[in-house]
Design a protein around this ligand. Structure first.
Ligand code: SF4
Length: 492
């Protein structure tokens, strides 16, 4: 995905980092596309700007791409009837900042290659995509989109590998970055994760069908059972009756994105052996231990602050109350974002519940602060509702660095925690006190004894600046990277 442009969010958006994509794939059921649409619907929180599905019946491929949400675009018989076949892959995406929603940039990307039809979609970001693209263009490749997924498609097309698997291995050896991808051929659905396993990808089983999904909530919606996570650096080739596993990279210690536990993943998902809900609750408990404050009520900023607030209230023995009510019916296209409406943006989405807040000392719990603009408005709203004191507690460490691994992040100079000390942030937001969960506390909350500073167990770069994968494009290095030789044949 294109990344790191200047950050102009839709005025009704909350102030969060946003996961850019979700992926899904299934093989072995006659209504594969319908299952894929359901899976993508469960993954809608990972991207709402556009969705696409490519399906195959083993002979021909069909596809449907649309701007907007899955439920609005994959609900008509004429669309679904066209997506026939036993296998399908799909993708939802969050268009990155500054980038206009664009039909050409919807995944999966399909191409007729030497070995037949092939499509791929991925969640994540290639950190050497621009560098590789420059080389590919010099060699005559013509690009149709601005997506780094297209770099992978061109590399697969150019590979001299004997099998699809060879071509994919060849490709993955040349790319750097964080990715969980799904791909489809006439007779297989393929999944792969980057060697550090930064972004999630799970395998599921539904009767005779095999499934791939970014999160387990997408298995639940179709009644599939969770089998396991795809391992870091693993490629899985799913056919109707088999799962073949290939590990072409030398093993490395995993660096799963810890922000998936903080905010991205749905709280009902089970990710990398952990239940997201309990991780968030545990972050709230740890936050209460590290940053206690005398108050009357614990109030979550809905919805993302709820599990941590439950944990905070439990550990502090201060009552949990719904002091902010969220309106779930604010659409992104509801009203044109005029200046006047922009001003009311936060109030359209959240309203303070004065019955809970009036005259109270309030602990407001949120999962993160990015630019601080929404927090400031919410705090004012809570004060307007009569709160006597407002103490903000954040269930993750200060977000001081941008993400380059598939998460839409403002440039570093726009991150509040990069620009200000915690004291200055408290003044800016307008709270009586502000505290964050420590990095060590976050590791404890997800079940680790401590952070291994030499080789951290997770990617936590947005909190620490410790980037596990080189940002080749940003370093301007490797402009003359040669394309690697194709790998020798590995029979698929
Ligand atoms: S930088 Fe942050 S958001 Fe990005 S992958 Fe690492 S932990 Fe996740």
């Amino acid at each position: 995905m294109e990344k790191q442009s200047d950050f102009t969010h839709h005025p009704f958006d909350d102030d969060h980092l946003h996961e850019e994509c979700g992926v899904f794939g299934i093989i072995g059921t006659q209504d594969a596309a319908a299952h894929t649409a359901l899976g993508l619907h469960a993954l809608q929180h990972r991207g709402q700007e556009a969705a696409g599905i490519v399906a195959t019946d083993g002979k021909r491929f069909s596809q449907h791409m649309a701007l907007g949400k899955v439920g609005e675009n994959f609900n008509e018989p004429k669309v679904m009837d066209n997506l026939q076949g036993h296998a399908a892959i799909g993708h939802v995406r969050y268009s990155t900042s500054g980038e206009k929603a664009n039909m050409a940039n919807i995944q999966p990307l399909f191409a007729e290659l030497d070995f037949g039809g092939f499509a791929l979609a991925h969640n994540g970001n290639l950190t050497n995509a621009k560098t590789l693209k420059r080389i590919l263009v010099r060699h005559g490749s013509i690009f149709r989109t601005t997506m780094d997924s297209e770099v992978m498609l061109h590399l697969v097309a150019l590979s001299e590998g004997e099998t699809v698997l060879d071509c994919l291995i060849d490709t993955l050896r040349q790319v750097e970055g964080a990715y969980s991808l799904v791909a489809i051929t006439r007779d297989a659905v393929i999944g792969a994760r980057d060697p550090l396993g930064v972004r999630p990808l799970v395998i599921g089983r539904l009767a005779h069908a095999h499934v791939l999904a970014s999160e387990t909530c997408a298995l639940d919606i179709i009644g599939a059972e969770y089998v396991r996570d795809v391992e870091p650096g693993e490629i899985v080739i799913l056919s109707e009756d088999n799962i073949q596993s290939v590990k072409p990279f030398s093993p490395q210690k995993q660096r799963f994105c810890i922000f998936e536990y903080v905010y991205f993943a749905r709280p009902d998902s089970h990710v990398e052996g952990r239940d997201v809900y309990y991780m968030r609750k545990s972050m709230g408990k740890q936050l209460a231990l590290e940053n206690p404050v005398d108050a009357d009520v614990v109030v979550p900023v809905p919805d993302s602050g709820v599990p941590a607030a439950v944990g905070y209230a439990e550990a502090s023995r201060i009552p949990f109350e719904l002091g902010i009510i969220r309106n779930h019916y604010v659409g992104r296209t509801f009203i044109e974002p005029t200046e006047q409406v922009r001003h009311f943006g936060v109030r359209l989405k959240h309203n303070a519940n004065s019955a809970v807040l009036n005259g109270k000392k309030v602990i407001l719990i949120d999962d993160s602060i990015v630019r601080g603009t929404t927090s400031k408005k919410i705090v004012q709203m809570v004060r307007d509702a009569g709160a006597k004191e407002v103490h903000m507690r954040i269930s993750s460490p200060p977000t001081t660095h941008s993400c380059f691994y598939g998460v839409d992040t403002p440039s570093q100079d726009k991150l509040l925690a990069h620009r200000m000390s915690v004291k200055e942030m408290a003044e800016f937001i307008g709270v009586d006190s502000l505290s964050f969960l420590s990095v060590e506390g976050l590791y404890k909350a997800v079940g680790e004894t401590r952070r291994n500073n030499k080789l951290p167990q997770f990617c936590d770069a947005c909190f620490t600046g410790d980037y596990p994968i080189p940002i080749v494009d940003n370093e301007g290095a490797a402009a003359n990277l040669p394309l690697l030789e194709p790998v020798s044949s590995t029979k698929a």
